[in-house]
Design a protein around this ligand. Structure first.
Ligand SMILES: Nc1ncnc2c1ncn2[C@@H]1O[C@H](COP(=O)(O)OP(=O)(O)OP(=O)(O)O)[C@@H](O)[C@H]1O
Ligand SMILES: [Mg+2]
Length: 369
């Protein structure tokens, strides 16, 4: 596997080394960083001949003379590791070439008594092994990151499809309940009514008919409520603001939390899909207020600014610790995560802020075009 990675890199290196790549390489600050470090180490390596006074004085004072050559060789690990880390296998290969040219042969400037070919070979092999190891580690980690990013992207796509499919399904069920089921019940109800209205019906039968009629009325109301909750027709017919006002009234009636709606700016309609997304975010925020907040007051502000809509839903309830919520989806809580995802689908921005005892605030900002 490792030999394959190296072989591939050599192939890519040879086949893609064209003018653009070389120019691209020359533009990278890290390339010049590597060159600089290499020059520095080479300068130190050649200090005997170049008379780098400071280095020579420092080394002579600190290191026994028999180790000076080894120490200077060891310094080559710095550019090798640097090049391998930044440019991965290619960097390791280039570092190898430089080492082969400068370090392995007996340089004319190096005193022959301290030169050992075998030792140099051992050092070069060790450095290259280190370089290749680092480069491979980096390559494997990068591949992992790419795979993880692709997986996350796939998850996002599935989530979007799920949300859209769920919305279509709700729409379809709401419409069927409204158009078919409720209409049939209305017909049955009016048949019961006409039986009640007939004079010759006996008292007992008449009482049963009244019960049937009342039951049908209750079922009709229940189904109508479910249908509206699934997809309020007011949203499609009269738009987001009307639907939000309707929703606020429903929540107020069913929960006792006072819900205020403030509209600012020039109210206008958005495309149907965006209106449903914004509506669902507000709906979930109000659901959470009703279920968790113990608030007495909730406030919805919808501000229509130029090209964008800002929605803020706040409450004066118990608030919550956002760090506790961390596990969201993993512990089966989909509300806040779904809001965030819908905001992403809108290419908008959603901020959730809350602190225990200080209520909570959801702020959505999205384009209106
Ligand atoms: N307005 C709020 N006031 C107080 N706590 C809240 C509020 N909104 C959310 N929370 C807290 O954040 C948690 C996560 O909310 P979320 O909507 O994701 O899940 P849920 O409402 O518990 O379940 P689901 O929405 O999936 O039915 C809630 O369980 C609650 O503890
Ligand atoms: Mg919720």
């Amino acid at each position: 596997m490792i030999s394959n990675v190296i072989k591939n890199n050599i192939r890519v290196f040879i086949t893609t080394t064209n003018r653009e790549n070389i120019i691209g390489l020359l533009r990278q600050p890290h390339f010049w960083g590597v060159v600089f470090v290499y020059c520095l180490v080479l300068g130190i390596f050649m200090s005997n001949s170049l008379y780098l006074i400071i280095w020579t004085t420092f080394v002579n004072a600190m290191v026994p003379s028999s180790f000076i050559h080894d120490l200077q060789l060891i310094l080559f690990i710095i550019p090798v590791v640097y090049a391998s880390y930044i440019f991965k296998i290619r960097g390791a290969l280039i570092a190898l070439l430089v080492l082969l040219v400068f370090v392995l042969p007996q340089p004319p400037f190096f005193p022959s008594e301290s030169y050992s070919f075998i030792k140099n070979v051992v050092f070069v092999i060790a450095f290259i092994a280190a370089g290749v190891f680092i480069a491979l580690q980096r390559e494997i980690r990068e591949k992992d990151t790419i795979i993880r990013t692709q997986l996350e992207a796939t998850c996002q796509v599935y989530l979007s499809q799920l949300i859209r499919a769920q919305e279509e399904e709700r729409h379809r069920i709401a419409q069927e309940l409204h158009d078919d089921t409720i209409q049939s019940l209305v017909v049955i109800g009016s048949m019961a009514q006409s039986l009640i209205d007939e004079n010759d019906t006996q008292d007992n039968n008449k009482r049963i008919m009244v019960d049937i009629r009342d039951s049908i009325k209750r079922v009709t109301e229940d189904i109508s409520r479910i249908s509206k909750r699934l997809r309020p027709s007011i949203l499609d017919m009269m738009g987001l603001v009307a639907a939000v006002r309707w929703l606020a009234t429903q929540v107020q009636k069913s929960s006792g939390v006072k819900v205020e709606v403030n509209i600012r700016g020039d109210e206008r309609r958005m495309n149907a899909e965006s209106e449903v997304m914004v509506f669902r975010i507000i709906q979930e925020a109000l659901n959470n207020i009703r279920k968790h907040s113990k608030a007495s007051l909730a406030n919805i502000v919808m501000q229509f600014a130029a090209h964008k809509l800002i929605v803020e839903i706040s409450d004066n309830g118990s608030g919550f610790d956002l760090t506790d919520y961390g596990g969201g989806v993993n512990v089966g809580k989909l509300g806040l995560a779904g809001m965030q995802h819908r905001a992403n689908l809108l290419a908008g921005n959603l901020e959730i802020s809350s602190e225990p005892g200080k209520g909570s605030r959801i702020r959505l900002e999205t384009g209106t075009e």
